[in-house]
Design a protein around this ligand. Structure first.
Ligand code: AP5
Length: 194
């Protein structure tokens, strides 16, 4: 694929546990900075809906709160990035990497990450938020049992992912009001687009 000039189009990984507010903050980032938002969860749910061959195994894995195979996620991301590379002002990669090897594969196959924003919140807060969202989200994985499994998958992998990028990692306390969190997000992104 054509290389992405990350000095002109920053690549931001947006990480955090299930329900930490990745999607909520990405919406605000898109509104202010016009970046292209690619959520791996959304890409996977769209793939499931499409009924494609590679989607067949996905539903069961996601309902178990486990990670889908790396090649599938990376292929979906690559396709989406490539399709938007020309017009994009920068990419928000939401929910990726969730495993050390995913980060390595991304940087080898796509481009180096510019900065990593990590939304930090306790398991109790994450669980409460997802249970609160369950009534309206229509998501098959927003139920008590799957939320527990999603949290376990996250906790099993997260430290290793974060430890890999000490210089690019920015931790944000996500147990605050949305706008307070976004103010801190802006202090990280403003220098990237200056
Ligand atoms: P994905 O869709 O990415 O789900 P997730 O990581 O569990 O995160 P969510 O989208 O549920 O939450 P969020 O952090 O975006 O929070 P939100 O803003 O919605 O992934 C689903 C599945 O796909 C995975 O389990 C896995 O199987 C698979 N998958 C995805 N990526 C993969 C990968 N890279 N590799 C392999 N498999 C992968 O907020 C949640 C709620 O909290 C909302 O109701 C919101 O209004 C509220 N809220 C947000 N911020 C605040 C705040 N500051 N205060 C109070 N409430 C708040």
């Amino acid at each position: 694929m054509a290389p992405i000039d990350t000095s002109k189009k920053p690549i931001v990984w947006v990480l955090g546990g299930p329900g930490s507010g990745k999607g909520t903050q990405c919406d605000k980032i898109v509104a202010k900075y016009g970046f292209t938002h690619l959520s791996t969860g959304d890409l996977l749910r769209a793939e499931v809906k499409s009924g494609s061959e590679r989607a067949k195994c996905l539903t069961a894995i996601m309902e178990r709160g486990e990670l889908v195979p790396n090649e599938i996620v990376l292929d979906l991301l690559k396709e989406a990035i490539l399709a938007r590379a020309e017009e994009s002002k920068g990419f928000l990669i939401d929910g990726y990497p969730r495993e050390k090897s995913q980060g390595i594969a991304f940087e080898e196959n796509i481009a180096p990450v510019s900065v990593i924003i990590y939304f930090e919140a306790s398991s109790e807060t994450l669980t409460q938020r997802l249970l609160g969202r369950a009534a309206s989200s229509g998501r098959a994985d927003d139920n008590e049992e799957t939320i527990k499994l999603r949290l376990k998958t996250f906790l099993d992998n997260n430290d290793l992912v974060l430890a890999q990028y000490p210089d690019k990692l920015r931790r944000i306390n996500a147990e605050r009001p949305v706008d307070e969190i976004f103010a801190e997000v802006q202090s990280i992104l403003d220098p990237l687009v200056a």
